[in-house]
Design a protein around this ligand. Structure first.
Ligand code: AMP
Length: 213
């Protein structure tokens, strides 16, 4: 089963993907995480991606498409996957479709995680992430037991550089201009199901499970 998660940054795609990964055992592939990993390791890909990410812009399509085609043909993805953050443009969706066609595969479900921009700004600007394991927290609604320290692994919590208010607004603009049209693209394929990114997580998961059944 191949699933893609669509929705604005901060809508909740990552959290829901993590839960779907636990439920279905499919790998959760987050392009943002792949880039951040490469940045922290100082790879060529990381060096290339950094300036785009820091400014809230998208990494160029050809870079992302090639990276993801490689990833999806790896052993890890042979039984399916949950794509979180890819595709993000029509060109990426078309590139993905082309590659899937060649391998006689397809996207089965596109889950749209809907959320209002103002709520997203509040959520993302208060978000803190573990510098080691990536676990996420919020300064008001999801505090760690000890301030600034990850409950899971004890590492330091940090604010992502692109989670500052000015960059969040740029990321939302990028989303509305370049990614939002994908909802129509996948609606025409008849595989879209929409959930609310601010609903109770367990209710949302039940809702998605019912749809997938
Ligand atoms: P995310 O963690 O999904 O919010 O992604 C963080 C940043 O990584 C984005 O703001 C983009 O700069 C970059 N990025 C992630 N996925 C893509 C993609 N599919 N295409 C282009 N850039 C991406």
């Amino acid at each position: 089963m191949n699933i893609i998660m669509l929705g604005a940054p901060g809508a909740g795609k990552g959290t829901i993907s993590g839960k779907l990964n636990e439920k279905y055992g499919l790998p959760h592939i987050s392009t943002g995480d792949i880039f951040r990993n490469n940045i922290s390791k100082g790879t060529e890909l990381g060096k290339l991606a950094k300036s785009y990410i820091d400014s809230g812009a998208l990494v160029p399509d050809e870079v992302v498409i090639n990276m993801m085609i490689d990833k999806l043909s790896s052993d890890e993805c042979k039984n399916g996957y949950i794509l979180d953050g890819f595709p993000r443009t029509i060109a990426q969706a078309e590139g993905l479709d082309e590659a899937l066609l060649k391998s006689n595969s397809k996207i089965d479900f596109a889950i749209v995680v809907d959320a209002d921009d103002d709520k997203i700004v509040e959520r993302l600007s208060g978000r803190r992430v573990c510098s080691k394991c990536g676990e996420t927290y919020h300064i008001v609604s999801l505090k760690p037991q000890k301030e600034g320290v990850c409950d899971k692994c004890g590492a330091e919590l940090i604010q992502r550089k692109d989670d500052t208010e000015a960059v969040i607004k740029d990321r939302l603009n990028t989303y509305h201009e370049q990614t939002y049209p994908l909802i129509d693209y996948y609606t025409k394929k008849g595989i879209v199901h929409t959930v609310n990114g601010f609903d109770d997580l367990n209710v949302t998961l039940k809702n998605i499970e019912e749809f997938i059944k």
